[in-house]
Write a protein of this length. Structure first.
Length: 565
RNA sequence: UGGGGCGUAGCCAAGCGGUAAGGCAGCGGACUUUGGAUCCGCCAUCCGUAGGUUCGAAUCCUACCGCCCCAGCCA
């Protein structure tokens, strides 16, 4: 559930400026955008940027945004991806209403338009093989040479194209090409392929077709059919814009959409290439597409990131045309910001060590009232059982503490959150010298966590009654790739995988109320971080994923070797 | 040595001829029953470089440098 306390300030960027001007100056009455995924994989956080842009603009300017599947290549596309994409867009918080479309809905119209270009002498059937076409295309610095089939008669082209559709030819035997300019410095103008033969069943049209339009021949016309006003895509399509416009100008389309390009998202410590993500899954480096370390929206969701955090992030990074790599800390900040306001606080002990309170009665259990969220009074309080034997975090005790270690140590008094002040008297160790028990006394006057005499402690610890704590598995997640720019400098991406990206702790404890937290809800384990139940949880065997740690200045000091500074 | 883009702080990013917003990160400090959160302060004499125009340039002009994209019957 999302709560809106800090709506991201409506950001202005060059695309929103264009939309605003077009509306102001009457070029359009309402803005219509579209998010056009190809259903050949799972959506990732890069797509989230585009989704937030397209749906965001529609929302802000009172227009609408279509969800359109760009399903022109049945070789790669599957219904499974269509379903997951719709789930992910909805989860992100956007609604396309009844405006769900498929490029495949337009196949018949596109075919008619192809015929139109043939009749105009602006398209022809080419018998060249793929290799031959490539050879004829020329290079970046040399013009191409025309295909020997370039000047076929309109009648012959019509006949051949009709037979292509009828299935008379093998895959790759012929293609339909636009007849533009084999010498153009823009390679996209060197007679681009409009249709190819693919004897492959399509997830939506089945085997109704064996010729399929290319992206270039489908995208702009689909935009025109839907009345898209601003067709927003990423930078690598810039060189296609003249071709996009060429088809629109040369076809009797019902509207004139325009394409605008922005820089795609890059994030440190992660990779957003479909090829690499697929390899991570196929080679078993992760637990599948929805692994909590994956940058996929399904992975991010399983990790416990709230959709609102992603939307805020999209607003923070802006939209521009300069290639950039956003530090993942920005995403983490956006997520922490939401979670800090919304997440319920709970107690969990990841690396337990026993505390025995020597002057606390053996058979007593108290139910301490604990605040659910200090940032949100309406979240109320809960009750946590307290008794003589407790679990605390092993890290929260040091026998010989450095100067800046404020937690428990021999002779030192600290507060157990919402419970009592305790003072360590001594420790018990096993034969290997490992601490097995920390013996303490408590001050009955400090119930709730305050001393009537006003004395202070320097630390507050989380704790769990050993008799009541629920065993749990906790999976600690960190960046999938160790270096900020994996694979840069020609290094092998997979060498860069962070071996610590998932650390499974099998023997943790959580407070009893955590048994009721549903998958999808992220809570804060006080002083540790944000965690959420994983779908792998079983009755009586909960599994929690660490979404993010809390910021930790002590850990930072340790990392810097400044504990004694 | 073709074409298309882009260069403002460690990162993202405003700025559109009148003298460098904001956020992230970082650093100090205050406060704190989460070493969390919050709060306060610091962090670009300078906008890829060099010239030019102008009373005045990150914004205009010229040249140069650097980076990205394009030679799929992928999108």
């Amino acid at each position: 559930m999302d709560t809106q306390t800090t709506p991201p300030s409506p950001r202005s960027d060059f695309i929103r400026d264009i939309v605003a001007a077009d509306l102001r100056e009457g070029r359009h009455e309402t803005v219509v955008t579209r998010f056009p995924p190809e259903p050949n994989g799972y959506l990732h956080i890069g797509h989230a940027k585009s989704i937030c842009l397209n749906f965001g603009i529609a929302d802000e300017f009172g227009g609408r945004c279509h969800l359109r599947f760009d399903d022109t290549n049945p070789v790669k596309e599957e219904q499974e991806y269509i379903d997951s994409i719709m789930t992910d867009v909805r989860w992100l918080g956007f609604d396309w209403g009844e405006h769900l479309y498929y490029a495949s809905d337009y196949f018949e119209q596109l075919y008619e338009w192809a015929l139109h270009l043939i009749r105009e002498g602006k398209a022809y059937v080419d018998d060249l093989s793929a290799e031959e076409i490539r050879a004829h295309r020329g290079t970046l610095t040399e013009p191409g040479t025309p295909s020997p089939w370039r000047d076929r008669s309109v009648e012959e082209n019509l006949d051949l194209f009709d037979r292509m559709r009828a299935g008379e030819f093998e895959n790759g035997a012929r293609v339909l090409r636009a007849k533009i300019d084999m010498a153009s410095p823009n390679i996209n103008f060197r007679d681009p392929v409009m249709y190819r033969i693919l004897h492959v069943a399509h997830p939506r049209t089945g085997d109704a077709w064996c010729i399929y339009p290319s992206y270039d021949f489908a995208h702009g016309q689909s935009d025109a059919i839907e009345g898209i006003t601003h067709s927003i895509c990423t930078l690598e399509f810039q060189d296609h814009r003249p071709l996009y416009d060429w088809f629109i100008e040369n076809l009797p389309v019902p509207a004139v959409p325009h394409q605008y390009e922005f820089a795609r998202l890059n994030l440190t410590h992660t990779v957003l290439s479909k090829r690499v993500l697929l390899k991570l899954v196929n080679e078993g480096h992760v637990r599948g597409w929805s692994d909590p370390r994956m940058p996929t929206l399904s992975g991010i969701r399983r990790r416990g990131f709230p959709a609102e955090g992603l939307r805020d992030f999209a607003g923070m990074i802006g939209v521009a045309r300069a290639d950039s790599v956003v530090e993942i800390e920005m995403l983490e900040h956006a997520v922490r910001d939401v979670l800090n306001r919304t997440a319920l606080r709970r107690f969990g002990v990841l690396d337990p060590v026993k505390v025995v309170i020597e002057n606390y009665p053996e058979d007593t259990v108290e139910h301490m009232e604990v605040v659910n969220n200090p940032e949100d009074e309406s979240a109320g309080t809960r009750t946590v059982p307290f008794a003589r034997e407790l679990w605390i975090e092993r890290d929260d005790f040091m026998e010989d503490p450095p100067k800046k270690f404020f937690r428990l140590a021999p002779g030192r008094e600290v507060r157990l959150r919402s419970a009592y002040f305790i003072t360590c008297t001594h420790v018990v160790k096993d034969a290997d010298g490992r601490i097995t028990e920390i013996r303490c006394t408590y001050d009955p006057e400090t119930r709730g966590g305050n001393a009537p005499d006003g004395r202070k402690v320097k630390a507050t610890l989380h704790w769990l009654s050993a008799a009541h704590a629920v065993p749990a598995e906790v999976r600690l997640y960190d960046h999938l790739f160790a270096s900020p720019n994996p694979g840069s400098g020609g290094s092998d991406l997979f060498e860069d995988l962070n071996p610590q990206s998932e650390v499974v702790l099998a023997s943790c404890f959580v407070e009893p109320s955590l048994a009721e937290v549903p998958v999808g809800q992220t809570v804060q384990f006080e002083r540790l971080g944000y965690f959420c139940p994983d779908p792998d949880s079983a009755p009586g065997a909960p599994v929690f994923n660490r979404t993010l740690t809390l910021k930790d200045t002590w850990a930072k000091l340790q990392a810097q070797g400044r504990q004694d500074a």
